[in-house]
Design a protein around this ligand. Structure first.
Ligand code: AMP
Ligand code: MN
Ligand code: MN
Length: 324
């Protein structure tokens, strides 16, 4: 674990950043660390640089103070990279990160090779927020910090459901529950609740999804034209891949949306047999064994042909091992 406060010492300019298209863990970690440092440090300036997150996270304190213009005039003394598996995923934040005198990376992606001066990477952790909670001292914690970290753990674990939730993760959540905030409401409003149009696009994608490889694989996609028609962004597509994943018999779910013509952001989810991080890494992406992503070129059929080759290979290897 990193002793965050002593690593900062008497540094005055602190920057915090996370990966592009930030999810709940990323937003919770960045804001949670800012709130904690604001409580702990007397006269340091702590700034979160992050692509604008979904409004669903606006209940976390300081959401409105996120700098999404990356307006950093002076190089930071210390820069934190949270929940980002590679420096590239910091997007526009990368320049600020590179300019910092000291860099600290805290993450739980198996594909993270440790790109900062100080690194704490634990692939077994449920979330970056879990790691932060373990580093945070009680005396600088408060309800707002707890809300932020709770959000991150809850989102990355599918409301505490996935196998990434260890005894330690639950203990961390237990400690956060000592603070008085409306947990059920946060779970409902930030995780489950969808707008009408988000539900429409979910329904449409499920309706048009394709099942292949003997029902072991399912894929759904949303193209640019559809996104323009519904006037939605990628933030409205959260959760679709998880709904695909819970189709009975499926080992791997693939969801993709068109970023530019013939360029897709691909999300993969596995029910345990297939290591999707390994496949995503082959295509320049990364992630975790059961949840990974990458960007791929071509038509959706090119993408599916490329991916299914590797999925089949892994499933075949398991079958062969079972036969032996
Ligand atoms: P997603 O499918 O975008 O929800 O991402 C699933 C997991 O894979 C998350 O932990 C992401 O941080 C990671 N991931 C997604 N896309 C990429 C990428 N292009 N490169 C590295 N990691 C990624
Ligand atoms: Mn993330
Ligand atoms: Mn995460």
């Amino acid at each position: 674990m990193i002793d965050i406060i002593s690593e900062i010492g008497d540094s005055k300019r602190i920057a915090i950043m996370g990966h592009m298209r930030p999810d709940g863990d990323c937003v919770g970690a960045c804001l949670g660390l800012k709130l904690y440092l604001d409580n702990a440090l007397k006269d340091a300036k702590v700034t979160v640089f992050l692509e604008k997150p979904s409004e669903t996270f606006s209940y976390i304190k300081n959401y409105g103070n996120i700098d999404s213009d990356y307006d950093c005039k002076e190089a930071p003394d210390v820069c934190f990279s949270l929940d980002s598996s590679t420096p590239d995923r910091l997007g526009e934040g990368l320049l600020i990160f590179k300019s910092a005198k000291k860099t600290i990376c805290i993450d739980h992606h198996i594909s993270n090779r440790g790109f900062a001066m100080i690194n704490h990477i634990e692939p077994e952790a449920s979330s970056t927020c879990e790691l932060l909670a373990l580093m945070f001292e009680d005396r600088y914690m408060d309800k707002e910090v707890a809300k932020a970290l709770f959000t991150g753990i809850m989102h990355d674990s599918g409301v505490f459901q996935y196998s990434c939730m260890s005894r330690r993760s639950f203990e961390v959540v237990g400690r956060l529950c000592d603070y008085d905030f409306d947990r059920s409401r946060i779970i409902d409003e930030s995780f489950y609740q969808k707008s009408y149009v988000q539900n429409q696009i979910l329904g449409r994608t499920l309706l048009e999804s394709i099942l292949f490889m003997d029902g072991k694989c399912i894929a759904g996609s949303v193209d640019r034209k559809t996104m323009d028609f519904y006037n939605i962004t990628y933030k409205d597509l959260d959760g679709i891949v998880n709904q695909l994943r819970v189709t009975r018999g499926v080992e791997v779910a693939i969801f993709m949306y068109e970023i530019h013509s013939l360029e897709y952001k691909v999300s993969m989810r596995s029910n345990g047999k297939v290591d999707v991080a390994r496949i995503a890494t082959l295509f320049g992406g990364g992630g975790h064994v059961r949840a990974a992503g990458c960007t791929m070129n071509g038509t959706i059929y090119d993408v599916l042909n490329n991916l299914s080759l590797h999925i089949e290979e892994q499933l075949k290897a398991i079958e062969d091992a079972d036969d032996r």
